[in-house]
Design a protein around this ligand. Sequence first.
Ligand code: NA7
Length: 293
Amino acid sequence: MRVAFLGLGIMGRPMAANLVKAGHELSVWNRTPGKDVEGARSAASPAEAAAGAEVAWMCVSDTKAVESVLFGQQGVEQSLTQGMLLVDSSTISPSATRKFGERVRAKGVDYVDAPMTGSKAAAESGTLIFMVGGEEAAIEKLKPLFAAMGKLFFRMGDTGKGQAAKLAMNLQIALIYEGFAEALTLATKLGVNAETLLPVVQASMVHSGVVEYKAPFVLKRDFTPNFPLRLMHKDIQLALEAAKEVRAKLPGLETVEEIYEMATEDGHGNLDYAATLTLLEKWAGVEVKGASA
Ligand code: NA7
């Protein structure tokens, strides 16, 4: 397929590279020039990248970035043609997604939101999991592209529902990790160290994928970003905004959001979100350690 890929950040670049590897014809664009993908044509603007493409696939930071790629000067909108498909793998607002979808549908273009779960490593190995919102017929046409970049995709409903599912997923990750971090802080303060507690966590119903993934990093005090705190903070804020729009109250997430805000003030925005632990440690006057740290 002829695909325009817009946004070559940590996730977007390896995703575009996997599309090239699978034999698709790629044109790519990134806001800051200088990033390219081997085997793909680099374009000077989103409109230029999307000209003649069957699919334009976005992976940029936030709602504003998607809006500007689509509708800004030299945006994708200028190159839209009847039957083209727009796909967004950024994590952004579900209600804004619906509005963007309506605007392009007026031109005969289907809009599919396809945020993903999985780290940089999953983007590189083509094993992402997509949560997808959009018309079934459009999603069917995109199957070869999902297969090139991911291992699974789930249709959540119509346009916007992929984003809704993604926010619900990251809400859980943020709260589960916060529970783990608070447990480690309290246990340490009461004299039980992290390595003694961990096997009990893993053997009991408390165990979770989040804890399994994060524990080794925490024990080594390795807070290099796998998923940067600033992006998890963005997703927490998106979830709270979406909740407000539909009049849902999320008191746990509201409190966790304050912790992310303070962690950002402490200069931890570019560390992994696991670094929220350091705030709890500061307040308790302890440091959670593994034997090897
Ligand atoms: P990164 O590595 O921070 O990359 C962000 C990308 O978004 C990068 O290509 C940016 O271009 C681009 N960007 C940011 N703002 C804009 C605007 N205003 N216009 C156009 N392009 C922009 O993020 P990830 O790849 O880890 O994540 C991407 C999304 O997936 C995000 O929503 C995550 O939550 C999930 P730059 O190179 O800075 O010019």
